[in-house]
Design a protein around this ligand. Structure first.
Ligand code: NAD
Length: 493
């Protein structure tokens, strides 16, 4: 049953259902610590039932081959989501604790505009087949006509984190379905309601056949492990921490499943010495947007020594006056962290930064005026050595570290001195110079002079330990396909 405004049921094989055994778990509002409601606490048995349903739907329905049906269903789901846009907005603010400001961009409106629509449109345009032309492969006079066909991978396990839950779900679901796959979605335990709502909309407002999309919420992270280990699942698409990504990859290796991983980051905000420093203050503040809980946020500010003091003074001013607090207040740039556990983790990193000798110039604790909710002050460390923990590890909180550099070569060296390679920003008065530096940085996306690379048509993902594969764009469609090469005797010429 739905729980007031919030849907609590799983979606398995086309049915909205309680968890087996009827267990539920609570979903908290991280800004108020109040219980919003309860949601089905799915078990391994529920997950296995969902996987079996997805397998059956892939193997026995026309979903994989009926492109017209897929496009229609994606657009039906798009319409259903749009019809509940304002309820979804409030729900996201309540369960994610994200400032409502973020929902007008990446948290809701941006993905709602195109995450399903673009893949739906691409179904017709996608190059499903290409000819290689005739060939006599072994030089024996047997000419063969050859083609390459793109086909769905099969059953995809979709595992989602809590920071931008609907955005990430939709940016996976659109391509997964457009390419003809079926799936089981495992939302993060901290943010289940956007996913259960999606399940209800699919069941009640679309022609998506039973079993094509299944959604299993659970308080137990390891219920998601069924998706990595089950021989009935063909691929895992995961967004989350690098540590969990490693574990999923190891578990998936038993069945040699391909894994598509969107992981952590420690991205740079690089200011070249010819930059307009006024532009740096808002870009530095991006670390506090949604309290730093974004994988692609530029969390390392690299500043030329020649302009270091000037830049630090400007950024300190920006941090000291940052509006934050109640996420429902549209004037706030930052809300709480997702949980008490996450707040402890962030505070632990702040202590580590102090112990490692970085200079704390702003924030560093729990704000006195916000005793309820999982808030941390906007925090700025300067004079940070890039080899220290706070410059190397993903903090996932409103913490910016500032590191000086000598020249462009030194900046590139520091930028690349990281296990991660997800995103980044460069500011320079000279676009060509900025592009030349961007080409030397090993990262999956880069914003130059405030440019925003985001979009359903724009591949997103990481180099190095920030991930494997790309979400969105043509690359993000192809990743959910298999490739079949076929040949038949060429007609005599
Ligand atoms: P997490 O890795 O703890 O959990 C992510 C999801 O994986 C959750 O649904 C969780 O229940 C599930 N999970 C945990 N253990 C699992 C297991 N063994 N098998 C299967 N599923 C399992 O991450 P989080 O704390 O929810 O999210 C924050 C992290 O996500 C940050 O590191 C952030 O950088 C990363 N992130 C990356 C991107 C990206 O696109 N690169 C986007 C958003 C967040």
């Amino acid at each position: 049953m739905s729980d007031g405004a919030y849907e609590r049921r799983l979606l398995i094989d086309g049915e909205l259902d309680e968890a087996s055994g009827g267990a539920t778990f609570e979903n908290l509002n991280p800004a108020t610590e109040a219980v919003l409601g309860v949601v089905a606490d799915g078990t391994r048995a529920d997950m296995e039932r969902a996987v079996a349903a997805a397998r059956r739907a892939f193997d026995t329905s026309t979903w994989a081959t009926d492109r017209e049906l897929r496009a229609r269903c994606l657009l039906q789901l798009q319409a259903a989501l749009e019809a509940e846009r304002e309820q979804i907005r409030s729900e996201l603010v309540a369960e994610v604790g994200c400032p409502v400001l973020t929902t007008y961009g990446p948290q809701l409106d941006a993905p709602l505009a195109e995450a399903l629509r673009w893949p739906a449109e691409m179904i017709e345009q996608f190059r499903w087949e290409r000819s290689l032309g005739p060939k006599d492969p072994f030089g024996m006079g047997s000419f063969t006509e050859r083609e390459v066909w793109k086909e769905p991978v099969g059953v995809v396990g979709v595992i989602v984190p809590w920071n931008f839950p609907l955005e990430i779900t939709l940016n996976k679901l659109g391509p997964v379905l457009a390419m003809g796959n079926t799936c089981v979605i495992k939302p993060a335990p901290d943010t289940p309601f956007n996913a259960t709502r999606l399940g209800r909309l699919i069941a009640e407002h679309t022609d998506i056949p039973p079993g094509v999309v299944n959604i299993v919420t659970s308080s137990d992270h390891l219920v998601g492990e069924v998706l990595s280990t089950s021989p009935l699942v063909d691929m895992v698409a995961f967004t989350g921490s690098t540590a969990t990504g490693r574990r999923i990859m190891a578990a998936a290796s038993e069945t040699l499943k391909p894994v598509f991983l969107e992981l952590g980051g420690k991205s740079i905000n690089l200011v070249l010495d010819d930059a307009d420093l006024a532009a740096v203050v808002p870009s530095a503040a991006m670390v506090c947007f949604h309290a730093g809980q974004g994988c692609a946020m530029p969390t390392r500010l690299l500043v030329p020594r020649s302009r270091y003091d000037e830049c630090v003074e400007l950024v300190t001013g920006g941090f000291a006056t940052m509006p934050y607090g109640d996420p429902t207040d549209a004037s706030n740039f930052m809300g709480p962290l997702i949980s008490a556990r996450q707040r402890e983790r962030v505070l632990g990193y702040i202590e580590q930064g102090k112990a490692e000798g970085a200079r704390l110039v702003c924030g560093g604790g729990i704000p006195e005026h916000l005793p309820t909710g999982f808030f941390v002050e906007p925090t700025l460390f300067v004079d940070v050595d890039n080899t220290t923990t706070i410059a190397q590890e993903e903090i996932f909180g409103p913490v910016l570290v500032v590191t000086p550099f000598d020249d462009d070569d030194d900046a590139v060296r520091i930028a690349n001195e990281s296990l991660y390679g997800l995103s980044g920003m460069i500011t320079s008065g000279d676009l060509d110079r900025a592009k030349a530096v961007a080409r030397r940085i090993r990262t999956g996306t880069m914003g130059i002079n405030g440019g925003i690379w985001y979009g359903a048509d724009a591949p997103f993902g990481g180099y190095k330990q920030s991930g494997i594969g790309r979400q969105c764009g043509i690359e993000g469609l192809e990743i959910f396909t298999e490739t079949k090469t076929v040949g038949w005797p060429a007609p005599p010429t």
